[in-house]
Design a protein around this ligand. Structure first.
Ligand code: GAL
Length: 843
């Protein structure tokens, strides 16, 4: 290549990197060919990440997007959540954290692209998969198949969203950031269940999308039969083996799972970054050009937005940015390094298909050539156990098991997926406390409480013969439905077994207004039975059952008609004679009285409905609590520790922070921490927190509290001790790194057509924006022992490492130090040395 050309190329590369092409009045064209998306005539390698706008508050969007951009992303992907945009047919809502236009513009302002997954089916562990419940009640409707009422509504909503985006000039051809749109979602996974209707529906959905003239390509994920020109894309833990359904389409990956979602009653899934990086590197190695992390930031299922059954309130997802918006290390940093390495290969990746060169058993090279200036290569060891040494292009390379090395010039390794040189963090605010928190105990505050009555509480109850399906009955205005009946006993009092069977998701059973049992399912199977020995009095007895939904199902064939609620009730006496109560007259009451009164609202904070006192009653079923608290100082997010509570919902200043259920413990077995990243990952491979509640900390966005007194309201179902609730905010972070002299050189110091600017690896420490390094707790150069958080000096250790670090780092937001004897002298000549450091960042 001529020098002049390379200058021009570098210039273009800088413009692309700076996001020049994605907005600010620049009319862009987006097309595709068999290699890649083509933006303004140029094939692009694109790194993308999912951020769902309503899973955070709008004030933090710019910060989340900035962190995404710094992490090396080009594209932000989001679903559109129909049920919250059109809560009542024909009445639209696009305010606050549902302000979709504002979100798209925020991404644009940061200079990134948008992939808009309009659906309108989302899935996404979101209530009812994003469908509004009113849709279900349209006569004759069948969802996601060739059914006219459904198609009319779907088409209307697709058109509505496209129109809003066009009005905002948000499509690329209008100078906007949207370069890609999605119709439907993973329909191919369930299409078999819809027969011919399903096939016709796919054709129809494709035509409906194309007919909207967005001027950007459409995708259908997990849809092998996606008709041209729609691009079928891959979702999965690995997508390197995927090929699109036509040689004219590029290989794209719309859901690359950074972790997995959490359900109440389950252990917490996590995915080691070495494996995630491996899967992503393999994808680009094998010809992929667009990859999207699901999720890059997961966030929170506020209020009743969580899907079901039993999806937890935290949607942290073990993502590179955690539930609270903090950077998760080393995940974020290692992926940023990976992205930089991939981008160094971009011009090669888009130029040709890879050439496969076998290097040995389970050892592969894939090379991308570009004339006249050589090649870029990926070297992979896909063996789960055995590290290997390979020879490639005249040089030797060591490849740890289950890893990929990236060589942007077919010679220098600038990144290996298994060698993490990014900083790490100690403690994790999302699921567990760290020491850097400021905590406020509520115990001294004044409390109010309101006890719900058991059973029917109003005259808008109704009676029906037989047991009703719950969702059709409540229409999801509430999680709760009371099923009540009376049982007459003519003879003397008697002991019987009460058998209750439910489709899900949980139910409390009361006999003669006394709580006798609680049953619940789990995410995998929400159905359950309650069998309880009870005593019936002579004469009239009451049976009251409070059935609860914990997020309406969001996935599966015909998921939209999956039922919930109690379907069978029987009494079995001690002689085994059975009396079936299922078909008798039952009275129904939708919702709790407290919901009807609006006890969660600030307007009722001073109402005389509340009984006031210093000591709230503990271990009470069906009770509302309220108190006020002063938020811990700072600008950062808050978390509410509900470990002392049972199950219910919580509100801060009238905003629903979600369902809580600390009383439900995960199974005691099945966890593996640490988890070997080597070998194929799936959602049950790496779990932590066995035997513990899935979630005890609940996210309160900073923008939901104010100086002075804030209102906390809880609706507790099972019983707990509210006096033990605490609110905390994070005041700092403990960070650490352990880097060896033999570790890779920093990828950002690599310049094409040259060598590394650096000659040794480095330790780099970065605080969250706004914090500075305030102390260095440990530093050692030599042979330090242990891991982050528990380092100690080894037999070889240089003197004065601590003061060197203190001088370079304290008072700075970030600092870097070469892992080299030039900085610290040589404490043990001829021995491979490393540098270990632990620091504290705070305000
Ligand atoms: C996929 C789906 C996503 C999300 C994911 C699991 O099947 O497309 O919306 O539900 O699974 O988190």
């Amino acid at each position: 290549m001529e020098r002049k050309d390379s200058v021009v190329l570098v210039f273009i590369a800088v413009l692309v990197f700076e996001g020049y092409f994605c907005g600010r009045g620049y009319a862009g064209t987006v097309t595709y060919d068999h290699k890649a998306l083509v933006i303004n005539g140029q094939r692009r390698v694109l790194l993308s990440g999912s951020i769902h706008y309503p899973r955070s508050t709008e004030d933090v969007w710019p910060e989340l997007i900035r962190k995404s951009k710094e992490g090396g992303l080009d594209v932000i992907e989001t679903y559109v959540f129909w049920n919250y945009h059109e809560p009542v047919k024909g009445q639209y809502y696009f305010e606050g954290r549902f302000d979709l236009v504002k979100f798209v513009k925020t991404v644009q302002e940061a200079g990134l692209f948008v992939h808009l997954r309009i659906g309108p089916y989302a899935c996404a562990e979101w209530n009812y998969g994003g469908f509004p419940l009113w849709l279900h009640f349209i006569p004759g409707i069948q969802f996601r198949t060739t059914n006219t009422p459904f198609k009319n509504e779907m088409k209307r909503f697709l058109a509505k969203i496209v129109r809003i985006m066009k009005e905002g000039k948000l499509f690329a051809s209008q100078g906007g950031p949207i370069i890609l749109a999605q119709v439907e979602n993973e329909y191919g996974n369930v299409e078999w269940a819809y027969g011919v209707g399903g096939e016709l529906y796919v054709q129809w959905a494709a035509e409906a999308a194309i007919g909207l003239n967005t001027s950007v390509p459409w995708v259908m994920c997990q849809q092998e039969d996606a008709p041209d020109p729609i691009i079928n894309t891959c979702n999965g833990f690995y997508c390197d083996q995927f090929t699109p359904n036509s040689p004219s389409k590029p290989k794209m990956w719309t859901e690359s799972y950074s972790g997995w979602f959490l359900a109440f009653g389950n252990a917490i899934p996590f995915r080691p970054v070495e494996d995630l990086a491996f899967s992503v590197a393999r994808f680009f190695e094998m010809g992929g050009t667009l990859q999207n992390y699901y999720m890059y930031f997961g966030g929170t299922n506020f209020g009743r937005t969580a899907g079901g059954p039993l999806i937890a309130t935290s949607y942290d997802y073990d993502a590179p940015i955690d539930e609270y918006g903090f950077i998760r290390q080393p995940k974020w940093g290692h992926l940023r390094d990976l992205h930089m390495a991939i981008k160094q290969c971009e011009t090669y990746l888009v130029n040709s298909d890879p050439t496969y060169i076998p290097l040995g058993p389970n050892l592969e090279a894939h090379v991308y050539y570009k004339k006249p200036d050589g090649c870029a290569a990926f070297l992979a060891n896909i063996d789960q156990n055995v590290d290997a040494n390979v020879s490639f292009n005249g040089n030797f390379y060591s490849l740890p098991a289950w890893s990929v090395s990236i060589l942007p010039d077919c010679k220098n390794v600038i990144f290996n997926t298994a060698k993490v040189v990014s900083q790490r963090s100690l403690g994790d605010f999302s699921h567990r406390q760290t020491s850097s928190v400021k905590e406020t105990i509520l115990a001294t505050s004044k409390w109010g409480w309101y006890k719900e009555q058991v059973g029917i509480w109003s005259n808008n109850s109704f009676t029906s013969s037989g047991l009703l399906e719950q969702i059709n009955t409540t229409r999801d205005v509430s999680d709760y439905l009371w099923y009540t009946a009376s049982i007459d006993v003519t003879e003397n009092e008697k002991e019987v077994y009460l058998n209750v069977a439910s489709l899900g998701h949980a139910a409390m059973v009361f006999v003669n207004k006394r709580f006798v049992g609680f049953g619940y399912g789990n995410h995998e199977d929400a159905s359950f039975t309650v069998t309880q020995k009870i005593m019936l009095n002579q004469g009239k007895n009451t049976l009251d059952m409070l059935s609860m939904i914990i997020g309406i199902q969001n996935y599966g064939p015909w998921f939209d008609i999956a039922g919930a609620g109690i379907f069978s009730v029987a009494l079995v006496d001690l002689m085994n004679a059975k009396e079936d109560l299922s078909f008798k007259a039952w009275s129904y009451q939708v919702g709790m009285e407290g919901e009807y009164l609006g006890l969660d609202q600030t307007s009722l904070a001073n109402s005389s409905l509340w009984t006031m006192g210093n000591y709230p009653p503990v271990n009470q079923t069906l009770i509302w609590y309220k108190t006020t608290f002063i938020a811990p100082e700072g600008n950062g997010p808050l978390s509410l520790n509900l470990a002392s509570m049972g199950k219910g919902q919580a509100w801060i200043n009238g905003e629903g922070i979600g369902r809580y259920w600390p009383a439900y413990l995960a199974p005691t077995t099945g966890c593996s921490e640490p988890c070997d990243y080597r070998g194929s990952y799936d959602a049950s491979k790496c779990l932590k927190n066995c035997g513990q509640p899935a979630q005890i900390l609940y996210h309160i966005p900073r923008s939901w509290v104010h100086p002075g007194e804030n209102l906390l309201v809880l609706h507790e179902e099972l019983g707990g001790d509210p006096s033990k609730i605490t609110v905390s905010t994070r005041t700092g972070q403990e960070i650490c790194a352990l880097i060896s002299e033999s570790d890779p050189l920093p990828v950002n110091s690599w310049k094409p057509n040259s060598e590394f600017k650096h000659t040794s690896p480095e330790v780099r420490l970065d605080c969250e924006r706004g914090w500075k390094i305030t102390s260095i707790n440990f530093a050692s150069f030599g042979t330090p022992k242990g891991q982050c958080g528990e380092f100690s000096h080894g037999s070889c250790s240089a003197e004065n490492v601590l003061p060197v670090f203190q001088k370079a780092c304290i008072g700075h937001e970030s600092c870097a130090m070469a892992v080299s004897t030039l900085n610290f002298g040589d404490p043990c000549v001829g021995v491979l040395k490393s540098l270990a450091v632990e620091a504290l960042c705070s305000a």
